[in-house]
Write a protein that binds this ligand. Sequence first.
Ligand SMILES: Cc1cc2nc3c(=O)[nH]c(=O)nc-3n(C[C@H](O)[C@H](O)[C@H](O)COP(=O)(O)OP(=O)(O)OC[C@H]3O[C@@H](n4cnc5c(N)ncnc54)[C@H](O)[C@@H]3O)c2cc1C
Length: 416
Amino acid sequence: MMAAITAARAGAGVTLLEAMERPGRKLLITGNGRCNLTNTDCGLSRRYHGSAAALAAGVTQQFDAADTLAFFEELGLLTTDREGYVYPYSRQAASVLEVLLAELYRLGVKIKLNEKIQEIGICSDGEGAEKEPGKAGSWFVRTGGWTYRADAVILACGSAAAPATGSDGSGYALARMLGHTVIEPSPALVPVTCRGDFFAALAGVRCRARVSLVCDAASATRGKRLLASDTGELQWTKYGVSGIVIFQISRFISTCTRMEDLTLYLDLLPDFEETRLVRHLLNRACRAKEMRISGLLAGMLHEKLIPVILKRAGLSAKLRAGCLTQEQAGRLIEAVKHFELEVTGTKSFDVCQVCAGGVEASELDPRTLGSRKHEGLYFAGELIDADGPCGGYNLQWAWSSGYVAGMAAALDLRHG
Ligand SMILES: Cc1cc2nc3c(=O)[nH]c(=O)nc-3n(C[C@H](O)[C@H](O)[C@H](O)COP(=O)(O)OP(=O)(O)OC[C@H]3O[C@@H](n4cnc5c(N)ncnc54)[C@H](O)[C@@H]3O)c2cc1C
């Protein structure tokens, strides 16, 4: 939609082909229906992963968060900023979609619905002879019921994340059909699955945690390597862990080939020093000698976590506080601050928010997102191998890359 608006504003006649019964279905479920549409983080351009990480910096600078805010304000959307996370003032993703659709209609963009693209290629001319491959003005786009002709094509089919919204991964097949390399997609911003017999008991518990993902490959000469870490609210589930703090590191799990090399370490009291916590426990133990040890932890941790921590520390819940030794207090706090989890993988594309992987960025012109293989072919959005963290970064990538591809396609047509 952003590519279509930009190209149309620059004077191109644009047709938007959408596989679903309406465009923007994914947009409607973003930010839990509230749409975190960008982030005012001044380091935004450096937050992307994938082969497009370097290219993303230039693209997001061509159309940055301030441009996004100005763009939407011009379309009539009021926004609100919560610590850099920008939402529509209405707190409704539907508002964002409404203003985009209104602008598409105003510009006369033809929107063709239920038109799933099945093939894109170079047209042959009237006499049946092939035109020079990739020459602008020679594209056909075939859907189930129609074949469209185009001077330029912008491929913006999204990824394989949340396929029920329309992005079913078919864009990757189209890109491959056109000779582009696609880095195998894997789920990102997704819950993580772990091995353990205590998850059912903890399901539903939320707590603050610092999460560190460590790779300890036997073959690696460098020993343990910290792949990613983050602090925030963690949610325990019956299969493992979830929540934004887990989403942020999940791409490093789904893109890893050997799960047995990965360990998640949780610090369940990240705002307190280890020595301070040991002292706190021992002081409490002195004042409440008859209390059970589980009672000592009651003011520090969610009640459902306490038996799990005690088991990990090898201590009986019946132990009286008065009997707690310094060594035992140390072990307890060690279990709280270095809670180890055996990772088995991530949940599937159905529940992830974005994909790692996509069209290999070295095959794109970083200034225009035009294909280096075919003149008149452009890429935008999550179909490209770029993924950002939670917080509005992925939609900003969609706005920025859509703007860049839309503008370049329209200008090429003007000058070509
Ligand atoms: C639950 C959830 C919450 C999210 N929340 C946020 C958030 O708050 N902030 C944020 O920044 N990001 C969020 N994201 C990520 C963000 O929504 C995506 O990164 C963004 O929508 C990608 O935009 P896109 O245009 O590249 O792809 P999409 O939004 O997926 O759009 C692609 C479109 O192409 C259509 N299409 C696909 N294949 C074909 C075909 N063969 N022919 C014709 N049409 C086709 C699809 O139907 C779809 O309409 C969230 C994602 C999910 C799943």
